[in-house]
Design a protein around this ligand. Structure first.
Ligand code: 5AD
Length: 456
């Protein structure tokens, strides 16, 4: 029993969590953005005040990405910049969360001894205790434990204001592509129970979100008992209030006809798929251990386009992977020409310690060859994107308005269901989260421009 006496005997209280301002900065993919919302939700529940002013923060958490080496370099640079805030606020806690923490482990403290806390993607639930421990201990708080059972089920994320709600439906990855660090930093694959996914989408709908994006490293491999990804999508499409459903990132080896049928059957499921190609050469794909060939990849493309003619396809491409010959690179270019992706993220291969390609293959494509190949695919894709966007000119598209254009405050921007960004002049009554018809009258490889079609 807590009596007044025993309470008086307690040591002096550390500053309560509610007096502390939390600032979270995010690098990397959508999963990381969703994780930051989770971290914020978890610490808000403990009484931390969320701030968007880094200079006013008592706790700064940087949620990091380890996918390529330059991502890590950027974060390390940023950490040393953030360290400067400790001069004005010596009690400031500087923490590193996410994939890079898991990848570098305690070596990060050697590189940057001013970092107070390091937490991996399965350790967020321990953040409140780790922060408390820092009140009484001088040592940095470190937790990189794996937890296959961790789904963060009871935590409601605090979402950034916006029109799209992220819902993480699976964590981790079992694919083991040889170049990829994700399985080593995010652990084994696990699907969130479907009831919980539906609850989260219903909650988003009740909060007024019209669009949700289902997230997972290999999102289309989702399975909870008998419920497969296609089933989950059709259940999500039944939820009133949600008008657009997206998902990312699917793996090209997991597109059964049934999934394509469900996508084709529901107008709520957006006609856009991110289909990471990585390479167009069967030999490179097999060194990458991608589980598909150029032929089976093209088969998915054809089946998607046949059933969903309006569908747009985006992709990821890696150039200069271990042993990539000129012929293999040409096969990638050929594939990109054949498929005509709407847009692509293109990267030079960057060896990641711990991965199979780093251990067993040689990073033998010279830097200047990687650079030349990267420029070549970027230039080619730019022209393909330009052609594909030009085809929208004259069409009326339906845009879910996200807000003011970053470049021009007098214009609004939003996205089509096909994931094209559209910029158009502001109009009275057109607000964020509205879906408006816009006639496209111009385009670049990256953006469509137009005017709202006024109803008669
Ligand atoms: N080097 C370069 N690009 C990589 N990607 C993943 N790992 C690496 C790596 N080691 C790219 C892939 C993936 C995207 C998210 O990042 O194209 O689809």
């Amino acid at each position: 029993m807590v009596t007044e006496k025993t309470m008086l005997e307690q040591p002096a209280e550390a500053p309560a969590a509610r007096d502390r301002a939390l600032y979270v900065e995010t690098y990397g993919c959508q999963m990381n953005k969703a994780d930051s919302e989770l971290i914020t939700g978890l610490l808000a529940r403990e009484g931390y005040r969320v701030t968007d002013r880094v200079d006013r923060a008592d706790v700064i958490l940087v949620n990091t990405c380890a996918i390529r080496e330059n991502a890590e370099q950027r974060v390390l640079g940023r950490m040393s910049e953030l360290n400067r805030f400790k001069t004005a606020n010596p009690g400031l806690i500087l923490g590193l969360c996410g994939c890079m923490s898991q990848h570098l482990g305690d070596r990060i403290i050697e590189k940057a001894p001013y970092i107070d806390l390091v937490a991996g993607p399965d350790s967020y639930r321990r953040l409140p205790a780790m922060l408390r421990a820092l009140d009484t201990e001088d040592e940095p708080a470190l937790n990189l434990a794996w937890d296959r059972a961790e789904h963060y089920l009871d935590i409601d994320p605090v979402r950034e204001a916006g029109v799209n709600g992220w819902v993480t439906i699976m964590r981790g990855c079992d694919k083991m592509c040889t170049f990829c660090i994700v399985p080593f930093v995010r652990g084994r694959e696990r699907s969130t129970p479907h009831g919980e996914v539906i609850r989260q989408i219903e909650r988003l709908a009740a909060e007024g979100y019209r669009e949700v994006t289902l997230l997972g490293q290999t999102v289309n491999k989702y399975r909870d008992g008998d419920v497969e990804f296609a089933d989950l999508l059709s259940r999500a499409a039944e939820i009133d209030g949600i008008e657009r459903i997206r998902f990312t990132s699917p793996h090209p080896a997991h597109f059964p006809d049934r999934l394509i049928e469900v996508m084709a059957a529901s107008p709520k499921i957006c006609p856009h798929t991110h289909l990471p190609l990585q390479s167009g050469a069967s030999t490179t794909l097999s060194r990458m251990r991608r589980d598909y060939t150029p032929e089976t990849f093209l088969d998915v493309v054809h089946r998607l386009r046949e059933r969903i003619p309006r569908i747009t396809l985006t992709t990821d491409v890696i150039v200069g992977f271990c042993g990539e010959t000129e012929e293999e690179f040409e096969a990638t270019r050929e594939m990109m020409r054949t498929v005509q992706f709407d847009s692509a993220f293109m990267f030079k291969y960057s060896p990641r310690p711990g991965t199979a390609s780093h251990k067993r293959l040689s990073d033998d494509v010279p830097e200047e060859v990687k650079a030349r190949r990267l420029t070549a695919v970027i230039e080619m894709q730019k022209s393909i994107s330009d052609t594909r966007n030009r085809a929208y000119r004259g069409q009326v598209v339906h845009v879910l308005v996200e807000g003011r254009s970053r470049r021009d405050a007098d214009r609004l921007f939003g996205k089509t269901d096909t994931f094209k960004t559209v910029v158009f002049p502001m109009l009275e009554g057109v607000v964020s989260n509205a879906i408006v018809p816009v006639r496209v009258n111009g385009s670049t490889p990256f953006t469509l421009f137009g005017d709202v079609v006024k109803s008669a």
